[in-house]
Design a protein around this ligand. Structure first.
Ligand code: B1M
Length: 215
């Protein structure tokens, strides 16, 4: 596609809002060929499209099936960026277990965090979505991570972060715990005893590095 950068980013934004997976994928590929910074594509086209979807959902202008279709288009675009986000020759700096907490099915942000952590040299064990506290504990025994990262997008599932931390600490695990997700903040992290909070994927990388003393 030709046109100014703004017009091209707008076309990606619209493709997500039109639930067009293939078009989103193609336009993101073309945008990379234009030499556009991938953070610009991420923030100004893909993530802003999901924010718009969220706003339309809040207004009652679209519903869960549409939200799901938009998420699929967003993921198609994200997959094009994956090799670039995870492109690293660096030696593994540490292991991080990542998961979206129990009863929460949102995984786009968590997967983006995972891709960027891989890009920074972390070994990432992604437990997926709807992960009960016991499964985080099981992963600790299996993978011996340096850091556990939990994501939550719903105010109703945020308490499951606290429950997971309680179980991990009760069972004697004293590694680092980081949390994130749109409704989460530092105050909440402090209240539930998490070691840190990151607002976005680059922030999560910075925090993980600091946690293991590699920053
Ligand atoms: Co849902 N949903 N959803 N949804 N959804 C939200 C979150 C909502 C804000 C929409 C709205 O009302 N405006 C709202 C939550 C309200 C609230 O609790 N405050 C909501 C709701 C209500 C629901 C349902 C309850 C709807 C229903 O059924 N009635 C339902 C719940 C299902 C469940 O989980 N049990 C539901 C379902 C879904 C879909 C399945 C359809 C789909 C998810 C598909 C998927 O993920 N595979 C979906 C989507 C797509 C959204 C929105 C539109 C987009 C989320 C997203 O992917 N954002 C969302 C509105 C919004 O966020 N604007 C909404 C892009 C992503 C890159 O950002 O995930 O914030 P984010 O991640 C960021 C940071 O938060 C941070 O870094 C990321 C990158 O910068 N981060 C971390 C995230 N995890 C981190 C972990 C870290 C560190 C940083 O350390 C470990």
């Amino acid at each position: 596609m030709t046109g100014s950068l703004d017009e091209r980013l707008d076309a990606i934004f619209e493709a997500v809002l039109d639930y067009e997976d293939e078009k989103t994928e193609r336009l993101v590929r073309e945008e990379l060929a234009h030499g556009t910074d991938l953070q610009v594509i991420l923030n100004d086209a893909l993530i802003s499209a999901m924010d718009e979807v969220g706003d339309l959902f809040s207004e009652g202008a679209l519903f869960v099936p549409e939200m799901l279709m938009a998420a699929r288009a967003m993921k198609a675009g994200l997959e094009v960026l994956r090799p670039l986000l995870a492109d690293t020759d660096s030696k593994p700096v540490g292991t991080i277990v990542l998961g979206t907490v129990h009863r929460d099915l949102h995984d786009i942000g968590k997967n983006l965090v995972g891709m960027m952590l891989e890009g920074a040299g972390f070994t990432v064990v992604n437990l997926g979505v709807d992960v009960p506290p016991e499964n985080f504990l099981e992963a600790v025994h299996e993978h011996h991570p340096d850091v556990i990262g939990m994501s939550a997008l719903l105010t109703t599932t945020m308490p499951n972060m606290g429950k997971t931390i309680q179980l991990l600490r009760k069972e004697g695990w004293n590694g680092h715990i980081m949390i994130g997700g749109a409704p989460v903040n530092q105050e909440f992290a402090d209240a539930i005893g998490a070691d840190g909070f990151a607002a976005d994927a680059p922030g999560a990388v910075e925090l993980a590095r600091r946690m293991i003393g590699a920053a």
